[in-house]
Write a protein that binds this ligand. Structure first.
Ligand code: NAD
Length: 478
């Protein structure tokens, strides 16, 4: 296997590393310095990649499930072997602290291995003297994975494994804010898959819409914001592409009266601030029972004050910058609104970078019991700012938790399992945790209710989302 050069980045088309006439550069969010050149793909590049994918896919579908699984496992082992280099690159382009970048690469390897380890799905629904009825799952053809910038490696891995083990060809489109690890993963993969089976295209804002409109693509698996997801679905409808949409969230965490403030406060705050709050399933609204509200808020404030913010490459940093200027300005706009509407700040600040230094850093900030209709409660901040709110009545807090178009994740914190289950059962979200939050598992379906998504990824069902179901009826006694 050739050694990877982590300073040169290419599209991967038909097994070859290809440059483009026009290039662009993403930015290191900790220093705001431009990074390496990456390709800006044209329509012609897409046409070439789709043609190569189509050609290669037919043969790939004939490769046995077991051999496809082996190829993915070999790729996962190679990624694991180079995880140190990938983690450093991820911190540089995404901003997350190195220990969490290492964690993301490890999770990507786990997702690749787990999702490709399922047996080939096959079911028999009738076996009588007269006939046998069984179901096969056949590949859709050419699948495209569009990923965001918050977990570029892990989120790509779930799509790669599911698409490839089921016999599809796959084209990865990274976010323009984090193209580097994704392009390098596709380059690394060329040693394990036939040309055209795993390709990657980097580009500017034109690339996503070009891909979703392309008639040669059969499936789009999209992870990103709800607003973009709607555009993706609209575009895919024109050619009846299959779509899976993993979209935004506004996760509530409900803390019950019997929870231990000293334990729950830091845990919930961690899951609100992890990855600088840039997780689709971050805690975004904390509802605390009024009887323990002061104690939980105090425990959160104490924890948040201890959080070290800085360049992810520095030792001991827990929270890096926000990934990009667009997102930084969105969070800044929300902070301006908090200041304008004079909400109470328990810790943190509505001011950013008063000293004029470089880096897209935002002070972790808690808003103390804001009105239910304030923007910080209603909107997904996707930054290190979150509201803590009081509740008294169980039915009322469930109603407030569900009173949103979003339905991605939710959690209940209580020492009483009966109470916790009673509340959890009523929450309208694709992922519900008890005494935890944002701990996904590759075997469990991951998807959103309401405007948080369409369909789901991962688990056996996630594999089937890359397949056509084919019912086979065999008359045994003609
Ligand atoms: P985004 O929607 O701006 O971009 C996501 C991807 O879509 C990027 O690769 C982007 O280049 C591409 N894109 C943009 N416009 C497109 C178009 N018209 N057609 C096709 N592709 C297009 O999202 P983001 O800012 O990168 O990510 C943050 C959002 O993603 C948040 O809302 C977050 O909650 C959500 N998210 C959801 C999940 C999940 O699994 N549900 C996971 C992570 C992030």
């Amino acid at each position: 296997m050739a050694t990877l050069d982590f300073t040169k980045f290419y599209n991967v088309i038909d097994g070859k590393l290809v440059g483009t006439a026009k290039t662009r550069r993403a930015v290191n969010p900790s220093t705001e310095e431009e990074l390496w050149e990456v390709p800006v793909s044209t329509q012609e590049d897409i046409d070439k990649a789709v043609a190569a994918a189509k050609k290669a896919q037919e043969a790939w579908a004939e490769v046995s499930w077991e051999d496809r699984r082996k190829a993915i496992h070999n790729f996962a082992a190679a990624l694991e072997k180079q995880s140190g280099e990938f983690a450093k690159l991820l911190t540089t382009e995404q901003g997350k602290p190195l220990m969490f970048a290492q964690g993301e690469i490890a999770e990507a390897v786990r997702w690749l291995r787990t999702l490709s380890s399922y047996p080939e799905p096959q079911e028999t629904v009738e076996e009588s003297p007269e006939r046998k009825v069984s179901i096969r799952y056949t590949p859709l053809g050419v699948a495209v994975g569009i990923v965001p910038w918050n977990f570029p490696v892990q989120l790509a891995s779930g799509k790669i494994a599911a698409a490839l083990v089921t016999g599809n060809a796959f084209i990865l489109k990274p976010s323009p804010f984090t193209p580097y690890c994704d392009l390098k993963m596709a380059e690394l993969a060329q040693a394990f898959f036939p040309p055209g089976i795993f390709q990657a295209l980097s580009g500017d804002d034109n690339l996503g819409p070009w891909l979703t409109a392309h008639p040669g693509i059969d499936k789009v698996s999209f992870t990103g914001s709800t607003a973009t997801g709607k555009r993706v679905m609209e575009s895919c409808a024109k050619t009846l592409k299959r779509v899976t949409l993993e979209l935004g969230g506004n996760d509530p965490a409900i803390v019950c009266a019997d929870a231990d403030p000293a334990v729950v406060g830091p845990k919930v705050a961690t899951m609100a601030l992890f990855n600088s709050g840039q997780i689709c399933i971050a805690v975004k609204r904390v509802y605390v029972h009024e009887s323990i509200y002061p104690a939980v808020l105090a425990a959160m404030v104490e924890f948040v004050k201890s959080v070290r913010v800085g360049d992810g490459h520095s030792e001991g940093v827990f929270m890096g910058p926000v990934n990009n200027k667009l997102q930084f300005d969105r969070v800044k706009n929300l902070l301006d609104d908090i200041e304008k509407t004079q909400l109470k700040i328990a810790t943190g600040s509505t001011k950013t970078q008063a000293d004029g230094s470089k880096g897209l850093f935002i002070t972790p900030t808690i808003i103390d019991n804001p009105p239910e209709d304030s923007r910080i409660v209603v909107e997904e901040p996707f930054g290190p700012v979150f509201p803590v709110l009081k509740w008294t009545d169980e039915a009322d807090v469930i109603k407030r938790a569900n009173d949103t178009d979003m339905g991605l994740g939710a959690s209940v914190w209580s020492q009483n399992m009966e109470t916790a289950h009673r509340i959890a059962k009523k929450l309208k979200a694709g992922n519900v945790w008890i005494n935890a939050h944002a701990e996904p598992q590759p075997e469990a379906p991951f998807g959103g209710h309401k405007h948080s998504g369409v369909g789901y990824e991962w688990g056996e069902g996630g594999l089937k989302a890359y397949c056509n179901a084919q019912s086979v009826y065999v008359k045994t006694s003609p």
